[in-house]
Design a protein around this ligand. Sequence first.
Ligand SMILES: Nc1ncnc2c1ncn2[C@@H]1O[C@H](COP(=O)(O)OP(=O)(O)OP(=O)(O)O)[C@@H](O)[C@H]1O
Ligand SMILES: [Mg+2]
Length: 400
Amino acid sequence: MNAIEVEKLRKTFRVQQNREGLKGAFKDLFKREYNEVMAVKDISFTIPQGEICGYIGENGAGKSTTIKMLTGILVPTAGSLKVQGYVPHQEREAFVKHIGVVFGQRSQLWWDIGVIESFRLLRKVYRVPEQDFNRRLNELVERLSLQELLNRPVRKLSLGQRMRCELVAALLHQPEVVFLDEPTIGLDIVVKTEIREFLLHMNREYGTTILLTTHDLQDIEALCSRVIMLDDGNIIYDGGLDTLKSTWGKGREVRLQFAKPMELHALHQLTAGLPVTWEAASRMEASVYVPNELNVSDVIGLIVGQAAISDLSIHETNTDDIVREIYKTGSASAPAIEMLQKSAEVEQNSSAHSRGGQLHESAPAQNEKHIQEKRQAEEDARELAAVSGGREKSEGKSDE
Ligand SMILES: Nc1ncnc2c1ncn2[C@@H]1O[C@H](COP(=O)(O)OP(=O)(O)OP(=O)(O)O)[C@@H](O)[C@H]1O
Ligand SMILES: [Mg+2]
């Protein structure tokens, strides 16, 4: 059984339009105008048990909306979905025992009571037997070094401390599938690393399936073998991280500083006949990108023999650059799509990979994205609270 199965999943929001000025507000009183925003556009994918899959895309691409549908917080407009064999929004009560959810932007812990009290309440919500709970709590507390924090109220924790507690809260009932929506947002590198290691351990030890959205591609590099890339509600890439890197990346970058000014055309001549690309920042500085099938030292040897080099360094293309490039070119760019298509085909044809990358063409960008953010946040928090048994945090309360 697949952990997650999504077929032609769609979510359309009806967004109220506010007309301008006093006259507009008056008109709004009598006749509301609505716009439809399609946040998720008939996407399909499956995630096998035990996989850690990255779910990435620019702001507003539809990541959180997908996660909310997968966790039963939102009802899809069309299409079908199953998580651990359940239809999330229909079988909510039985379903939530099998999943854990962390929204990095929101808390599911009770704001004013000690952390441990929140955990105990969650134990009741999920009906975890006392013994299992204690064993599990001890393990999690140790792994995430929470001993000192257990009796503090959540509002007195730092962001990093709270996130570690949120993870425990989401995992106390040992769910088979975990959804993490930006779990490392705003955290320092130490806590990020700690959380990544913890997630890897959970995955290896218990075979936990993880769907992770993040804007930090280091999270993806550290955790995911597969990425699904969303653009304006469409999946534009679904496949291995390796394929994304090797096919889409420009290769290894050799950065050069020259002792004497060099013109770009002269640089091209140095490597004439080789499939490398040059980019010059100035006449004193340039980069040459060497595809993986070429030997970097051969290329460097060729250049050093003919030009006066004062400094040189080699860099691997990282996912950051690749993804930035894809985002930048986005849905409108035919070459970007073409490149991705090629990379998907390569992966599909290569027998070394069991899963083929898939490519889906994007629809044109849509404009109606004016939403009432605040109301949405409130609605989400309420719904999340209903799912997790948590409660909206009461922010703005004065400290003792
Ligand atoms: N409750 C809602 N009502 C109306 N529109 C919404 C609602 N929730 C999301 N949207 C819209 O749907 C689109 C997708 O939003 P979503 O929150 O899924 O994006 P995201 O990929 O999670 O972005 P981010 O990286 O900023 O978190 C956006 O255009 C957003 O404005
Ligand atoms: Mg989001």
